[in-house]
Design a protein around this ligand. Structure first.
Ligand SMILES: Cc1cc2nc3c(=O)[nH]c(=O)nc-3n(C[C@H](O)[C@H](O)[C@H](O)COP(=O)(O)OP(=O)(O)OC[C@H]3O[C@@H](n4cnc5c(N)ncnc54)[C@H](O)[C@@H]3O)c2cc1C
Ligand SMILES: Cc1ncc(C[n+]2csc(CCOP(=O)(O)OP(=O)(O)O)c2C)c(N)n1
Length: 398
């Protein structure tokens, strides 16, 4: 991860550009630490670089490696696909490959937004907050094909299956479970190249059983998301209502904690919807800043800022995937702060922004870092975690 401290104003433009390049190139977080005083200094002029765009090389494994994988898949009666965030933009290719393999598709949480929709092979998520059907489809597999996932929980991987993993970054291979074959490749072209190597006419017994189990698991979860007339209403029901009423291209953001569970289980994805989160353990309170960031993205034609309060519209994927470009278009941090100030002034911002000065007061000479405690707000609700855990367990994990 790119991490840099700016200790002199002249460094800032370079550091910022390098940080954006690293973030875009590695699809990762970049951290730039800027002491408060630096914001008061003049930055030197410099010749601007070209807009930062992610390089999009086509990465496909060697043909002989693909043949080895195809032989393993062709010899298997029960193939299950585990797909994750690496399947972004590869929906159609992965679904086509699954069709040829007659393989159920299990997703890891970050794969939900890319694969859950319009997918006749979807059998839900695996993991502690996942669906029993996701766990079972992996357990019953004799070959597990992992496509662009770093699903972390080792207990949920099958112990006896042959495991094949495809990842764009070689360093990710075999990180979570022992592998039989590891390939470096981009999911989209790799799935496309693999499909014609798979024999047609495979039987569907494994797939049918997985789909049947999924329907049952889904029904059980849906039964928890109904109005039982009591107040307060259940979070499952609330999340389902949000999902039903949100725009077909809404961007959802969810915090770490029980919102992660509800988002994973009750937000229905479409081709145009997005689910943005941290989803890393050890992170919290990501949802509001992510929502603000999403709000800053390009909007569809005809959409005026703030007109539909509470609804975030998804930028087209091609636009959204290029934060460096956005920064170039939009004037970056300065413009974001201006927007926060404006929405705060007009009373349209979230309550927190309305109730306090729109721009944080930087202390001259200090390090400029405030904390929740500094602002008189404590950490989360005491005991909230334990209650949430109990609820998760009741809500039917594997
Ligand atoms: C409270 C809580 C509970 C959670 N419970 C669950 C749970 O039950 N189930 C669950 O699944 N997750 C759960 N998570 C999330 C979990 O911690 C992981 O973040 C998540 O499983 C990772 O999803 P992923 O593998 O899709 O994404 P990532 O971890 O981002 O992995 C994506 C992988 O794809 C690779 N890649 C990227 N682009 C490409 C490409 N074009 N082609 C090929 N490879 C590519 C990357 O190198 C990376 O290895 C939970 C998180 C929290 C906070
Ligand atoms: C930095 C950090 N500290 C602690 C945790 C452990 N943690 C996960 S969820 C959570 C509680 C979050 O509270 P809230 O957003 O109210 O969600 P809920 O209680 O409904 O789960 C905590 C403390 C974490 N994920 N990150």
């Amino acid at each position: 991860m790119y991490t840099e401290l700016v200790s002199d104003a002249s460094q800032l433009p370079w550091v910022l550009e390098n940080a954006m390049r690293a973030a875009v190139e590695h699809s990762d977080v970049a951290v730039v630490v800027v002491p408060g005083d630096i914001f008061y200094a003049e930055a030197p002029d410099r010749r601007p670089s070209a807009p930062i765009r992610a390089a999009r090389p086509v990465v496909i494994p060697q043909e002989e490696d693909l043949r080895v994988v195809a032989d393993l898949l062709n010899a298997s009666q029960r193939v299950t696909i585990l797909a994750g965030a690496g399947a972004a933009g590869a929906h159609d290719e992965v679904v086509t490959l699954a069709g040829r393999l007659q393989a159920p598709i299990v997703h890891a949480l970050r794969g939900k937004e890319h694969l859950e929709w319009e997918n006749p092979y979807d059998v839900g998520m695996t993991g502690l907050i996942g669906f029993s059907s996701g766990y079972r489809a992996m357990l019953k597999a004799d070959v597990l094909l992992i496509l662009g996932s770093d699903f972390p929980y080792r207990q949920f991987y099958p112990e006896d299956a042959t495991v094949i993993q495809v990842d764009l970054r070689g360093g990710q291979l075999g990180r979570r479970t022992a592998l039989d074959v590891g390939l470096v490749g981009d999911v989209r072209p790799t799935a496309r190249a693999l499909t014609p190597l798979i024999a047609e006419g495979r039987n569907s017994r494994h797939l049918d059983a997985a789909l049947k189990h999924y329907r049952r698991a889904r029904e059980e979860l849906d039964d928890l998301a109904t109005d039982d007339g009591k107040t307060p209403i259940h979070p499952q029901y609330l999340t389902r209502l949000v999902s039903q009423h949100a725009a077909s291209d809404a961007i959802f953001t969810a915090d770490v904690g029980s919102p992660t569970v509800m988002a994973a289980r009750y937000l229905e994805m479409t081709k145009a919807r997005r689910l943005v989160g941290s989803f890393n353990h050890g992170s919290m309170a990501n949802a509001m800043p992510q929502a603000l960031g999403a709000r800053r993205g390009p909007r569809p034609p005809g959409h005026r800022a703030g007109r539909r309060r509470g609804t975030l519209h998804a930028p087209r994927r091609s636009d959204h995937s290029d934060p460096g470009e956005l920064a170039h278009q939009g004037g970056g941090l300065q413009q974001l702060v201006a927007e926060l100030r404006r929405t705060g002034d007009e009373g349209r911002g979230p309550a927190d922004l309305r109730d306090r000065p729109p721009q944080p007061q930087l202390r001259r000479g200090g390090n400029g870092h405030g904390t929740d405690r500094d602002q008189g707000r404590g950490p989360g609700r005491p005991g909230g975690r334990r209650g949430a855990d109990a609820r998760h367990r009741r809500a039917g994990g594997p």
